[in-house]
Design a protein around this ligand. Structure first.
Ligand code: B12
Ligand code: SF4
Length: 487
């Protein structure tokens, strides 16, 4: 059985890079490595990236929003070079099964992939996995080109599903799978989470040729918090499972050896949930003298000088802080449970240790009133960060806010997932702030972010603070320059 795993061409259909760093999804490499370990012939195709194509990347979010209509147009246009490229690749690889990773905003691009598969050969089994099909299996299966959905953690479920396909049978009883039978949708029982993550194979082998930016790695799955806008709990049920630090560093070493790449990005929802685990990881990296750079998503209220100093010694170049809002009232409502005074103090601390501090804000959450949005604007303007990323609130199925908005009739069964995303112009979900007023506050925040980002010059700072590393490893510098040029 030949399996081809595909990342849909969301950014390429938008004709812009919508993330500051593009990375090939770790979820695909994880399921790919697991299947390969069970004897299947597996390849990964990142259709969201083409090394010959230069896509503009805008730090100015308003420019990104202005280009969004291209996405809707390109989803409809059949005559499109990206579509042709996908068709060529599928014709060349001749897969029996295609697995596609899908989050809600990229579902339209994923449907394009499914449709092209069936145009090439109707016998190809198309399987969707990831957050969107996990929360909305019916929506995924509403497209006749999708044969089955893998809900939740994908490794064991997908391996069993592909084995079933190779026997020519329907996925009856395969835990974690939804599929169609005689016109009806069947949802098999959920599959329990894997107990010991150290049993999973390394995903490094699958990144060769597919990796675009930093290599994504994962220390733990799950987060015990339940912020109302975040979908983490849908996938990992609020349980935190760590890999051992030794195994994680073994994997990073293998990646350096196999690909030569020494820059990593942690995809953990919150990297610093456990101080003890962070310290353990850093000590292993330092003891083994592994020369790498990495970044991670952190909570600002769980940092201290000793931990930051150790992280820096272990190669931490950047910390991405989930600030979310400048309003204590909104932070209370979303359940983030952070104290803004601690955020301000710790963002400064991160920088004093030579680590770049990037603040993430989620703008336009349901309870936000104009005064809350102005408080966010003030924080964007005054926090001592090196860079600011503004994500526009998007209601994701499976989150608390999605359910709240549904019960208020602000998200209906007509909800068009293709229209909304962190960088989509039409997002408006503030309950008490009317559309025009919200857009005006939002645009003020975007202006403040632009100002902060001009001041910050993140790229220069990363280069300056890590100059020793880059001089010792000039290939990494070339990779960085290539990415900054928009490739
Ligand atoms: C790293 C990350 C990114 C990276 C990498 C993107 C990627 N596709 O992995 C970047 C920065 C590029 C990114 C971008 C976006 N992201 Co993001 N991202 C994350 C983050 C922090 C970790 C994802 C990860 O790697 N997890 C580790 C791997 C191992 O887990 P996994 O991806 O879930 O994969 C497992 C299962 O889902 C399943 N699976 C996944 N894919 C497949 C495919 C098949 C065939 C099968 C069988 C199984 C399977 O098996 C995997 C192994 O068990 C999560 C938040 C979180 N805490 O999880 C958000 C998250 C996934 N992102 C999210 C979103 C919305 C986006 C964007 C759409 C933002 C936007 N513009 O609106 C873009 C989409 C870009 C893209 N082309 O995919 C949402 C998705 C929510 C939803 N319902 O859709 C999340 C959950 C954050 C949130 N708000 O709650 N993201
Ligand atoms: S936003 Fe961060 S802290 Fe909150 S639930 Fe998601 S991963 Fe956990």
């Amino acid at each position: 059985m030949k399996v081809l795993l595909i990342n849909p061409p969301y950014s390429r259909l938008r004709r812009t890079k919508e993330c500051t760093e593009m990375v090939t999804p770790l979820g695909l490499s994880c399921v790919g490595a697991y299947l390969a370990g069970r004897g299947f012939d597996v390849a990964v195709y990142d259709a969201n990236y083409n090394s010959l194509e230069r896509l503009p990347r805008f730090n100015d979010l308003s420019k990104l929003l202005a280009k969004f209509e291209l996405y809707s147009e390109n989803l409809k246009t059949r005559d499109n070079p990206v579509r042709d490229e996908i068709r060529d690749r599928i014709e060349r690889e001749k897969p029996d099964v295609v697995g596609v990773t899908v989050s809600s905003p990229i579902r339209g691009a994923a449907f394009v992939v499914a449709e092209v598969c069936k145009e090439v050969d109707a016998r190809i089994k198309v399987v969707f996995g990831g957050y969107h099909p996990t929360s909305c299996p019916e929506d995924a299966l509403s497209n006749v080109c999708v044969d089955a959905v893998v809900r939740g953690e994908g490794e064991a479920t997908f391996a069993e599903l592909v084995a079933r396909f190779s026997d020519g049978g329907l996925p009856v009883g395969v835990q974690g799978v939804s599929y169609r039978e005689n016109g009806a949708t069947v949802h098999n029982m959920d599959r329990p989470l894997i107990e010991n993550l150290d049993e999973l194979p390394f995903s490094a082998g699958f990144l060769r040729g597919a990796v675009t930016g930093k290599v994504p790695v994962q220390y733990a799955r799950g987060c015990p918090y339940n912020c109302k806008f975040c979908a983490d709990r849908l996938m990992w049920h609020g349980r935190v499972r760590y890999r051992s630090a030794e195994r994680l560093v073994d994997e990073m070493e293998a990646i350096v050896k196999e690909t030569g790449i020494r820059e990593f990005t942690f995809v953990d929802g919150t990297f610093n949930l456990s101080r003890e685990k962070v310290v353990e990881f850093c000590e292993v990296v330092i003891r083994r003298k592994l020369r790498v750079l990495w970044d991670a998503l952190v909570r600002a209220d769980r940092l201290d000088d000793e931990m930051l100093s150790l992280c820096r010694k272990a190669g931490c170049a950047q910390m991405n802080v989930g600030v979310e809002s400048g309003s204590p009232r909104v932070l209370e409502d979303i359940g983030k449970k952070t104290d803004l005074a601690a955020v301000a103090e710790n963002v400064g601390k991160i920088r004093r240790h030579g680590i770049a501090a990037v603040s993430f804000f989620c703008v336009g959450m349901p309870p936000e009133k104009p005064e809350d949005l102005r408080a966010t604007e003030y924080l964007v303007d005054t926090l001592p960060h090196d860079f600011v990323i503004i994500n526009l609130f998007t209601p994701f199925p499976g989150t608390v806010y999605f359910e709240e908005l549904k019960s208020l009739g602000l998200v209906t069964s007509e909800h068009d997932f293709d229209m909304y995303g962190y960088k989509a112009p039409d997002n408006h979900f503030t309950i008490d702030t009317p559309r025009e007023e919200y857009f005006s506050c939002r645009d003020e925040i975007l202006r403040a972010a632009n100002k902060a980002n001009r001041k910050g010059k993140l790229a220069a700072k990363l280069l300056f603070y890590n100059l020793g590393f880059y001089l010792r490893h000039p290939r990494q510098l070339l990779r960085r320059a290539f990415r900054l040029m928009g490739f």
